[in-house]
Design a protein around this ligand. Structure first.
Ligand SMILES: Cc1ncc(COP(=O)(O)O)c(C=O)c1O
Length: 263
């Protein structure tokens, strides 16, 4: 990659930076991995949009430390719970997860010193379980219903995981992160992801498209973008959809993807 002259106005001797970043950003020393969450790049897909009106922008959320946008909600839920006193220092954190939220929580909890228990169906990805364990989490795997297929987690399987998660919360006096109901899920995207998109795009956004699980990203980003004149949002439902977060009253189209029910 070609280095360009730095725009940061630092005294002489500053290292040239890449692309649009100032050297202050490229050389910023972070105090923990938590600070590396968010501020992901927004990329314009110029070839895909060639010959069409408008611009197509994608946010590279896999560049978060835990490889998904769920790191954002892990940080927000934990920090909101610290702030309102529902999470005490050193208290165990429990979450039902198929992997991504658990990975984010494993990172945030490890840095902040909370024991973390991820409760997951045996039908979910074994690699995810290994990754969470490697990050310091305790992973409790729950058997699937008789006749279930690994890789295909049914509503019945999830009910068993839910029961186990509830039991562990009671037994350990734990804090349940509860991405389906905790406001930190919505707030992570309303306070950060949406405003980042606006800042990076440098303009308002006409349409927003997202895969929906809990609906936290969709609702939070839509609310932030709507304040800057979003006209339309589109959701692709990738999970056995039970979104909990209110979808905005914008023109909304919900499309069930082929993967529906298989994650
Ligand atoms: C990679 C990825 N994309 C999208 C989603 C859905 O996001 P949300 O729960 O904010 O609707 C999930 C949820 O688990 C996910 O892990």
């Amino acid at each position: 990659m070609q280095a360009s002259a730095c725009q940061c106005q630092q005294p002489e001797g500053c290292t040239p930076n890449w692309g649009q970043l100032t050297c202050a950003e490229t050389t910023k020393l972070l105090s923990s991995t938590i600070e590396a969450i968010g501020d992901t790049p927004l990329v314009e897909l110029t070839r895909l949009a060639r010959g069409r009106a408008g611009r197509l922008l994608v946010k590279l959320e896999y560049l978060n430390p835990g490889f998904s946008k769920k790191d954002r909600i892990a940080r927000q839920i934990i920090e909101d719970a610290e702030a309102d006193g529902t999470l005490a220092p050193g208290q165990t954190v429990v979450e039902l997860t198929s992997g991504n939220t658990g990975t984010g929580l494993a990172i945030v909890c490890a840095v902040k010193g909370y024991p973390f228990v991820a409760v997951m169906s045996k039908g979910n990805s074994p690699e995810r379980a290994r990754m969470m364990r490697a990050l310091g989490a305790e992973v409790v795997l729950v058997e699937q219903l008789p006749g279930s297929q690994p890789g295909q987690v049914s509503g019945g399987d999830l009910e068993l995981v839910e029961q186990t998660a509830r039991r562990i919360v009671v037994e350990r006096g734990a804090f349940r992160a509860d991405q389906f109901h905790h406001r930190g899920n919505f707030r992570a995207h309303y306070l950060h992801t949406g405003p980042e998109i606006l800042r990076q795009a440098g303009t308002s956004v006409d349409a927003f498209c997202d895969f929906v699980g809990t609906g936290g990203t969709f609702a939070g980003c839509s609310a932030a973008l709507k304040e800057a004149n979003l006209k339309r949002n589109v959701t692709l439902s990738s999970q056995p959809a039970r979104p909990c977060w209110p979808v905005s009253r914008l023109r909304t189209r919900i499309t069930a993807s082929r993967a529906a029910g298989t994650r």
